[in-house]
Design a protein around this ligand. Structure first.
Ligand SMILES: [Zn+2]
Length: 223
């Protein structure tokens, strides 16, 4: 098989498609080396092939992460005088990483592992983004903190999130390629974190309602 054809077929596998009929194959097909359900063509034949798919995917997402970090660095530097701009730039960076780094990797995972991985990344990424945006907004209030410092911190926050997401997804892809099941602890962690988030939001809502009631009472007393 010539190299161009080989790389074209590999690109199809990385995109979650069959190397022969180019139809979308169910998640986990290539990493587990199962044949295409439509045309029965083999996907990744050997264990070496399966691990190569996982490794190549990691290399490809790395390019997108590096680009996102550089763009966030420049955009934060350029807009650092506007209060909310840094958080918006950071949010765009996180969305980019989600679309170009996380989603392609999730596509190659089997349905159960995809659900656990997607929610782990959503919850961890959401919490990290909230903390990062808070730090950026506080830094905006510190006049001594220059544009370069803000830009560097923002890029570092995105880099940490991206490196975590890539490492985590690479380990999930390796487990998929080795035929290992999703660990019970992973489900427990996702459920626990989800529950904690719901409780936190409920408490925050109650706190806001309580403060508003107090303000209303105060206003009535003053009248
Ligand atoms: Zn096929």
């Amino acid at each position: 098989m010539d190299a161009a054809r080989e790389s074209h077929e590999l690109a199809l596998l990385l995109a979650g498609r069959c190397r022969r009929c180019a139809e979308r194959v169910p998640g986990g097909t290539a990493l587990r080396g199962a044949p295409c359900p439509r045309c029965a063509a083999p996907t990744a034949r050997t264990e070496e092939d399966r691990l190569a798919v996982a490794t190549l995917l990691a290399a490809r997402t790395r390019v997108h992460l590096d680009a996102a970090i550089i763009v966030v660095l420049g955009a934060t530097f350029a807009t650092s005088f506007f209060p909310v701009a840094a958080s918006l730039v950071l949010a765009a960076g996180f969305l980019w990483v989600g679309a170009k780094v996380v989603r392609p990797a999730l596509r190659l995972l089997s349905p159960r592992r995809r659900v656990v991985s997607a929610w782990t990344i959503r919850l961890a990424g959401g919490a990290w983004f909230a903390a990062s945006a808070l730090v950026m907004e506080v830094l905006t209030l510190v006049p001594a903190f220059g544009s370069i410092g803000k830009a560097a911190i923002s890029a570092a926050q995105l880099a940490i999130a991206g490196v975590f997401a890539r490492g985590y997804l690479a380990s999930q892809a390796r487990r998929e390629a080795n035929g290992l099941p999703v660990r019970t602890g992973e489900w427990v962690a996702v459920a626990g974190a989800g529950l904690a988030l719901v409780l936190f939001l409920a408490l925050a809502f109650l706190a806001v309602a309580w403060v508003l009631a107090k303000i209303a009472g105060l206003a009535a007393a003053l009248r």
